[in-house]
Design a protein around this ligand. Sequence first.
Ligand code: KG4
Ligand code: ZN
Length: 365
Amino acid sequence: MMDQPSGKSLTVLGIETSCDETAAAVVVRGPDGHGEILSNLVHSQLEAHAVYGGVVPEIAARAHVDVLDRLVVGALEQAGIGIDELDGIAATAGPGLIGGLMVGLTTGKAIAAARSLPLIAVNHLEGHALTPGLTDALLPPYLLLLVSGGHTQLLIVRDVDRYERLGTTLDDALGESFDKTAKLLDLAYPGGPEVERQAASGDASRFDLPRPMLGREGANFSFSGLKTAVRRAAFSAAPLRPQDVADLCAAFQAAVLDIIADRTANAIALYRDRLGPDAPAHLVVAGGVASNAGLRAALQDLCVEKNFSLTVPDASLCTDNAAMIAWAGAERLSRGLVDGLDVAARARWPLDADAPPVIGAGVKA
Ligand code: KG4
Ligand code: ZN
């Protein structure tokens, strides 16, 4: 049985190192359950990985070691508090790149041990999932679409620590497929924003691209066939002029939006099925791809049609950050959900342990 949330104010340091962002933040959870960010520092390793066109795990782990201590000190300074004023240390323990996870979790353990503070080993996906509680005071249950470089999932957030996965990607994550499309077209990394920019001046109807999974039952995704189709279309139109690139980006994005709207519509039906017709009708979108204006517009249209409200946390809290880890840590701490110092980092860690495994999904599940 889970303890009820405690009524006292909790100040938590959060540490995030699961991918290519090193981050530290301090968040307060008030006695009434409201959240406040006291500091939120993110050091992006974008430049270190850009020349490789993707994240290199070994480079990422070393870069976390280089900057994390300074970021933690900076986050406390900016928050205007000393370590002794903290009530807990929250560190991402998975899923993600194991080297980076170990750097952040070990740092969290060291601070917790040295100051006899509780440690909360946070699932990175729970950080994303609970963010609307911090940014918009939105309480579960709600439906969550998580679309980032590493993840593409539809989940029911029933409560803290209670998630039901409705769908996940069978292959590439959505952000990854934006990045691969960009790489194929010789656009800058990370590709998402660049593909969106190009798409704005393109003709989406010039190339006829497939929409994998469209019309299929359930809420799973698949993007690798779309990527292959873009490659084929690019080869057939080569040498590519700027307008060809723009048209390909527009066609790719249009296909993506159709897929997302179709899958999310199914997830809304599943959400209503499982929670009943009176369940709060809220859709939350998080992850780096949530900053795509086309995606937000498509989901807004869907929400109007389905009578759902749409919440998209501010971009800085949609992408990877430590405030969401501190917040998830505070939510867990308030319910007595803490971890021992022997807790291990986990490259794979599904939020919904009961969800059937999906072939090919790897850590993205
Ligand atoms: O959440 P995030 O910052 O990092 C993780 O992957 O966890 O997401 C980064 C991903 C990248 O794949 C990037 O290309 C994509 O989000 N992205 C976008 C846009 N902005 C970022 N994809 C499409 N349109 C955008 N405007
Ligand atoms: Zn993330």
